[in-house]
Design a protein around this ligand. Sequence first.
Ligand SMILES: Cc1cc2nc3c(=O)[nH]c(=O)nc-3n(C[C@H](O)[C@H](O)[C@H](O)COP(=O)(O)O)c2cc1C
Length: 173
Amino acid sequence: MRKSPTPTSKEIVVTEDSFLASKTDLKGIIKYSNREFTRISGYDEKELIGQNHNIVRHPDMPRCIFWLLWNTISKGNEINAYVKNLCKSGEYYWVLANVTASVDADGNIVGYYSVRRKPAASALIKIVPLYKELKAIEERNSNRKEGIQDAMNHLNTMLEQKGVSYDEFIITI
Ligand SMILES: Cc1cc2nc3c(=O)[nH]c(=O)nc-3n(C[C@H](O)[C@H](O)[C@H](O)COP(=O)(O)O)c2cc1C
């Protein structure tokens, strides 16, 4: 088992002109990482390739966001999500990630692709407390699956109250 870095409170700010890209197979194993994604992660390319993409998962991230991500992309749909990632150094960075399925000539999903950009500071003002809330809801339930479902219910209730879909919320936030 690989040991996850201990998170620190130091943030790495992604620059406006950065595109952080990676590709995975169907199981989320990293097959490609562009120079900027590799650089910011703090890992060497050879340390990333072949690893599960959760190598950069930050413990502050609610599990329900990844549940939603996989539920969406495995159906061939695209998703945009705010993600806090963990660097090898324990530092973190925020991105707005776009994740899509890559399909072959017959329309079969053969892998996934993600490109990440610097998020607007105004969006993070809303996302940071929302993710804290979702994470706390997840942790309140000792059953991991049920915790994710509780957090999804909370997210959906919030979206219903606002009268927007998840996609609209992410784009307009
Ligand atoms: C193309 C692609 C890109 C991904 N990018 C990230 C990422 O930047 N950060 C992250 O924590 N998870 C990312 N994930 C999700 C991970 O595969 C994983 O579901 C997540 O880190 C949660 O870990 P867990 O599934 O082991 O709980 C990505 C998945 C795919 C398919």
